[in-house]
Design a protein around this ligand. Structure first.
Ligand code: HEM
Length: 578
């Protein structure tokens, strides 16, 4: 405690000159964050101290950057920590480049086009379930659905089928009306191993889903719950009390606390451990299955990606190496500039890509634990954020009838009543995309992104931030900045339409002001995937249904744990449109 108490004046001295709120000795700003939630607290600080301010969480200081133009400026010099990856602590940046390059082909435009039928199949399956629920209500049944949980099941199902070619059985696992544990987006259902009932619609999508996804009984129930628990209980502020105490201690004492937490776990810690175990089992299961199917020899360096039509292997580009990764973010643009198109990989190829990644210097592939970490990152990254963003979209559509009317008018005119969205339709669904963008502006699921000024002091606005200082990019605050976004607390999708009077104001003043997917080379690798999935989901749902909010849902209680999420789910009543 003495050490911890001495840390406070030490870091305050180091960050001298950077304004900030009152920090209580030992605990710093933890009480304020617990009371207001991180995003709201940062918003207040922004109003009071400007776009750069210093806070402390226990013994850990941080500098918060809360304006879009500052965030963009410093993307090149501020290096993020490798929070998602394990292993190679000293070479994390090379390791990140290696992994990011390995992933890249799975997100090329051509690959995304190949995933479209599977995404549509999952969205149609959800729409079918909601229609059943609407019929229940008409027949005097319940009709009440936790849409957050249903959407979580759908996004998990999409990741399973597109990345791993596996049916997680997640959509059979949920029962939105069943109540139960509402702390997870997709978890809590009881029949997780039940065979997913693919909607036998007129289109090819359902056929694709049922013919190409090997079902994994049991994944659904456990995996959905584990993913939700990971996000809720992995947060320092809303998870185990040990993680809050850890914030108070100097890093050298934290291993002791970890030991104690394992000896005397509290409930959130137990849930987190269980979630990690389920995720790890699932990842090992996926890897073992993949190895069985493809043979040990092949995964030692062969190319397993296939073209989207499945007819031929990827061009023999050789193993993915750190050398080819000077700017992974721009990889696809690089292909285009060179006159080529980034190649497509077939759905289910993710493990092949990651297992064939090679370090240029050593020629070594990833260790088993590193492969598991990647598989886990991909499942978690693809699941919760998209489910939360879609839930916030459904909530805002339900509270804005004029938006709902314009959305369904677009879907009716572009798709009609009996056609599923195709790749050619997606660019025409401009209002649908604007609705999704505005939902992510108002409620960015990733409300903050972490960075660390690693090697040298970093200039942030007027201030110099010493090396080693954690930096928080406060995405939520930037999205609510009245100097950038007129009427920032209102839901106005039109601001994303070029013809809107609000559009030039924002776009001209601060390019990149809308940053739900983060900034710079570390920006979300799955952003195009998420936007495509969301547009398809909104199109499939609102083509057939509307959603009325249950009493008590306005304003929607939210929680800012690792992600910004509806606190107790999103309870709606589906109503069939036709
Ligand atoms: C609406 C949905 C999503 C949102 C709001 C979102 C947001 C974010 C944000 C803010 C980051 C950190 C960026 C930074 O530090 O600057 C991130 C990273 C990441 N996201 Fe997403 N994401 C979404 C969907 C997805 C999907 C669908 C996938 C995969 C299928 C995915 C995979 C990842 C991965 C792997 C990273 C780490 C990238 C790296 O460190 O290089 N995300 N995401």
């Amino acid at each position: 405690l003495v050490l911890a108490a001495l840390q406070y004046p030490y870091w305050r001295l180091r960050l001298a000159g950077i304004p900030g709120p009152f920090n209580w000795p030992l605990v710093g700003c933890i009480p304020q964050v617990m009371r207001h939630g991180g995003p709201r607290f940062f918003q207040r600080c922004h109003q009071q101290y400007g776009p750069v301010f210093a806070v402390s969480f226990g013994s850990t200081p941080a500098v918060v950057v809360a304006s879009a133009d500052l965030m963009r400026q410093y993307r090149a010099t501020v290096v993020p920590p490798a929070v998602l990856y394990i292993g190679m602590p000293h070479r994390w940046d090379d390791f990140w480049r290696l992994v990011r390059s390995a992933w890249q082909p799975a997100f090329s435009s051509a690959s995304l086009a190949g995933y479209l039928p599977r995404m549509t199949a999952c969205a149609e399956q959800l729409a079918g379930r909601m229609e059943d629920r609407a019929r229940d209500a008409d027949g005097g049944g319940g009709g009440r659905v936790d849409m957050w949980r249903e959407l979580g099941a759908m996004t998990l199902q999409v990741v399973g089928s597109t990345a791993y070619g596996v049916d997680f059985g997640a959509m059979g696992a949920t029962d939105g009306a069943a109540g139960g544990d509402m702390s997870t987006a997709a978890g809590g259902g009881d029949d997780g191993g039940a065979k997913a009932s693919v909607d036998p619609g007129p289109d090819t999508a359902a056929a694709v889903a049922s013919s190409t996804s090997a079902q994994k009984p049991g994944y659904g129930r456990h995996l959905a719950r584990a993913c939700g628990d990971f996000f809720r209980y992995g947060s320092a502020f809303y998870g185990s009390r040990y993680s809050r105490i850890a914030l108070l201690l100097p890093p050298s004492l934290r291993p002791l606390l970890v030991w104690l937490a394992h000896k005397l776990p509290d409930r959130p810690f137990t849930r987190l451990l269980r979630a990690r175990a389920v995720l790890s089992d699932t990842c090992h299961g996926l890897i073992d299955d993949w190895k069985c199917q493809h043979g040990q020899g092949e995964q030692q360096g062969g190319q397993r990606g296939r073209q989207a039509n499945g007819s031929a292997a990827l061009p023999p580009a050789g193993p993915v190496t750190a050398a080819a990764t000077a700017a992974p973010q721009e990889e696809e643009e690089g292909h285009a500039a060179a006159g080529g198109k980034a190649p497509a990989v077939e759905a289910g190829s993710f493990l092949g890509l990651i297992l064939s990644a090679r370090d240029k210097a050593t020629g070594q592939g990833l260790s088993d634990s590193q492969v598991v970490a990647q598989v886990q990152t991909f499942i978690l990254g693809g699941y919760e954020t998209t489910a939360n963003a879609l839930s916030f979209a459904v909530y805002n559509i339900a509270t804005h009838p004029e938006v709902e009317a314009r959305l369904v008018a677009e879907l009716d005119s572009e798709l009609g009543s009996d056609r599923l969205p195709t790749a050619a339709d997606l660019p025409r669904l401009v209002y649908t995309e604007a609705v999704f963008n505005e939902a992510m502006r108002l409620y960015p699921p990733a409300h903050a992104a972490p960075r660390i000024a690693f090697d040298e002091p970093t200039q942030v606005g007027r201030f110099t931030v010493p090396a080693g200082t954690p930096i928080i990019l406060a995405i939520y605050t930037a999205h609510h900045d009245p100097r950038v976004w007129p009427r920032p607390e209102e839901f106005i999708p039109e601001r994303f339409l070029p013809e809107s009077p609000l559009h030039p104001q924002v776009a001209a003043r601060v390019p990149g002001a809308h940053a739900p997917f983060g900034y710079g080379s570390r920006m979300c690798i799955g952003w195009k995937f998420a936007v495509q999935e969301a547009k398809i989901a909104l199109a499939c749902l609102y083509r057939r249904l509307r959603f009325e909010l249950e009493p008590g849902q306005v304003p929607l209680p939210v929680v800012a744990a690792l992600t910004l999420a509806p606190r107790d789910g999103l309870w709606v009543r589906p109503v069939a449109r036709r």
